[in-house]
Design a protein around this ligand. Structure first.
Ligand code: SF4
Length: 302
């Protein structure tokens, strides 16, 4: 497989070939996403339960509901900034609370962590939004919540997967140096280790997709994670990261390797995964090795 730094203008990897524009629409077709790739990397058995055998989750964790509500409120703030409209931080916090209430009501039975309640998490989410309002530096918002859908094609023009890669940019800004930069919001239990941003698959996926779809050079776009800590007093940190063309090559190789493993039904548990503590397939995982046949047989029987 050949891949070089001419992924920019004129590259055969560029081009929007899917006539849709929202993430919800893109999700209806077979696709790759950062989430699906990262799930496979963290635990291929968890990937199989979710994406191959479509097992029903055994519980309904609250964390994704909180995350979605936070993103909705942050996107609302970004849209206001883009239009140059001032807003009261309390209104942004209320926007979060309303979103979180709707998420919780439509989620059915939710599983909470130790000491967590809907009300304590509402307070936590409001604190995160208040922190973002206070700490987000003044910068030009170019876009917010922009969906993308990009085919995985090598520079040599070889289509490497039948499935495109999809996602949504939280934010596109013009930063202090006048450079276009992708920003992804994250909430985290604590501040990130110094090298975490450099290892995050998401930055690689988003930079690949952005450069391919918009025909820009990798050097011409920045990437940072804006991380808010879910501590008693939240903090806001920016983690800048870069990728080389070799990282994009590695991403394409990763997708191909994962597809080969899926075809061979080669799925194994990773009991050291950080996902284990709140895995929604814990019981299925415990049963996995007791079944004589392939996991798919278990999935059909369940
Ligand atoms: S419990 Fe852990 S090892 Fe088992 S499927 Fe879930 S993440 Fe994988």
């Amino acid at each position: 497989m050949h891949f070089d730094k001419r992924i920019g203008p004129g590259s055969p990897t560029s081009g929007k070939e899917y006539n849709m524009s929202t993430l919800a629409e893109y999700r209806k077709m077979p696709h790759w996403s950062t989430s699906s790739l990262a799930t496979f990397v963290n635990c291929s058995l968890q990937y199989a339960f979710r994406y191959v055998y479509h097992l029903a989750p055994e519980h309904n964790p609250v964390a994704p509901l909180l995350g979605r509500s936070f993103h909705k409120a942050a996107t609302w703030m970004a849209a206001k900034r883009k239009k140059g409209e001032a807003f009261n931080p309390a209104v942004a916090e209320d926007f979060f609370s309303e979103s979180f209430l709707v998420e919780c009501k439509s989620a059915g039975e939710i599983s909470f962590g130790d000491g967590e309640t809907e009300s304590s998490l509402d307070w936590q989410g409001r604190s995160l939004i208040a922190c973002l309002c206070e700490s987000w530096p003044d910068e030009q918002v170019l876009e917010t919540a922009t969906a993308f859908c990009v085919p995985l094609i090598s520079y040599g023009g070889i289509r490497l997967s039948e499935k495109p890669i999809i996602g949504e940019l939280d934010l596109l800004v013009r930063n202090a140096e006048g450079k276009t930069a992708i920003v992804d919001w994250k909430s985290a239990a604590r501040k990130w280790p110094a090298d975490k941003a450099d290892k995050e698959l998401q930055a690689t996926v988003y930079l690949y997709s952005f450069c391919a779809e918009r025909r820009v050079r990798l050097d011409d776009v920045g990437f940072r994670f804006d991380v808010l800590t879910k501590t008693k007093v939240p903090s806001y940190m920016q983690y800048h990261t870069t990728r080389k063309y070799d990282d994009l090559h590695r991403l394409l190789w990763l997708v191909q390797s994962i597809e080969k493993a899926i075809k061979a039904e080669s799925f194994i548990p990773n009991q050291n995964s950080f996902c284990c503590s709140d895995c929604v397939y814990g019981s299925a995982c415990e049963e996995w090795h007791r079944r004589q046949s392939k996991t798919i047989s278990f999935a059909k029987a369940s």
